[in-house]
Design a protein around this ligand. Structure first.
Ligand SMILES: O=C(O)CCC(=O)C(=O)O
Length: 344
């Protein structure tokens, strides 16, 4: 690991980081020319994502920091090091540089095919569920130890205790049901799970993928004075057609029965989104539709991973069980694939 001075020097060599900082400074400060060329914008978004995730940072936290603080480049670098406890492995920085160079070379080219010796983790039944219902559950996607470590990281971060219900509510580290923890060695370990990566690779048809650095989730049982606060069943993607192939995923860190705050989605909706949109009454906001009667609750055990097609309306559900539901959100994206559709 490099110290503060070396860390700053290493990061300063990361040319795309300077580009990211300067673009966001221009947008935040409304100075300089805006580049509206679609290809450049798409590539810039892809490279920003590569650099941010590659450095082990969350996308939201980084963009929020850049926009709210408008730091100088050196202050930004110091913030990145600070996020990692003051030091970073130079090898990680070099990897980001390599990944960016590769992504530049791959931009606009077809995704690299899976190698001939790729070991499939999704069997025929899983693939059938995927095709028809638009989701798949990878059982035992991470080891019990890795799962317990990630679960423990959330409990510790929240300062809550699994067997003390009074400690589950009113936590500063929770927004809605999102546990605001992104950077933790136990989270990094689950992100490296070969089964999760392979499942995404199988669905994407490429193993040239980048893992996202996302947060955890904490959904305790409802009780008097505390109601399920998360948003309803929703989409996180634009509804502009054609809908691109996009995936989302979460890892159950605790055993989750259907009534225990499980993930829910409207199965098969990816196959009828277009006709459903066409049949809506004029002026009706598709996002205002109540899908609750059509949604299926996907129960699972700690260590199970759910991948769903982003076209499925989905969301967490109120926890009517006895134990909090803990999850970690993980996604894998081909580095050069970006969605430039307008938000609809
Ligand atoms: O936590 C869940 O079960 C759902 C997650 C979700 O709605 C999302 O990632 O957009």
């Amino acid at each position: 690991m490099s110290g503060l001075r070396e860390g700053l020097a290493d990061l300063r060599q990361l040319e795309p980081l300077q580009a990211l900082w300067s673009r966001h400074r221009m947008v935040a400060g409304r100075v300089g020319p805006a580049d509206n060329n679609e290809v450049t914008v798409g590539l810039n978004i892809a490279l920003d994502r590569l650099v941010i995730f590659g450095l082990g940072l969350g996308l939201n936290e980084t963009l929020r920091y850049l926009f709210s603080q408008q730091p100088s480049f050196d202050v930004f670098l110091a913030w990145i090091l600070d996020c990692h406890g003051g030091a970073m492995d130079p090898a990680r920085i070099a990897e980001v540089n390599d990944a960016v160079a590769q992504a530049r070379g791959q931009a606009g080219k077809p995704l690299r095919a899976l190698p001939a010796d790729f070991t499939q983790v999704l069997d025929d039944a899983a693939l059938c569920c995927w095709a028809e219902r638009g989701y798949v559950v990878v059982r035992n996607a991470v080891s019990p130890e890795a799962c317990r470590a990630a679960e423990g990281a959330i409990w510790e971060f929240l300062g809550a205790h699994p067997h003390k219900p009074d400690s589950w509510y009113g936590k500063a580290g929770v927004e809605g049901i999102t546990a605001l923890l992104t950077r933790h060695p136990a989270f990094d370990a689950t992100r490296r799970s070969p089964r999760i990566r392979a499942a995404f690779a199988q669905l994407w048809g490429t193993d040239a993928l980048q893992v996202t650095v996302d947060r955890g989730g904490f959904n305790p049982p409802e009780r008097l004075g505390w109601q399920f606060p998360a948003s309803d069943i929703h989409w996180d993607t634009s509804l502009a057609l054609p809908m691109p192939f996009q995936l989302q995923g979460l890892l159950y860190l605790s055993d989750t029965p259907a009534e225990g705050g499980a993930f829910r989605c409207v199965p098969g909706f990816h196959r009828r989104l277009e006709s459903w949109l066409a049949g809506l009454p004029p002026g009706m906001d598709p996002r205002a539709w109540d899908f609750s009667a059509e949604a299926e609750f996907i129960a699972g055990n700690a260590g199970d991973f759910i991948i769903w097609h982003a076209a499925l309306p989905h969301g967490a559900s109120p926890n009517r069980g006895t134990r909090p539901r803990l999850v970690q959100y993980i996604n894998f994206i081909p580095p050069t694939v970006v969605d430039c559709r307008p938000w609809v």
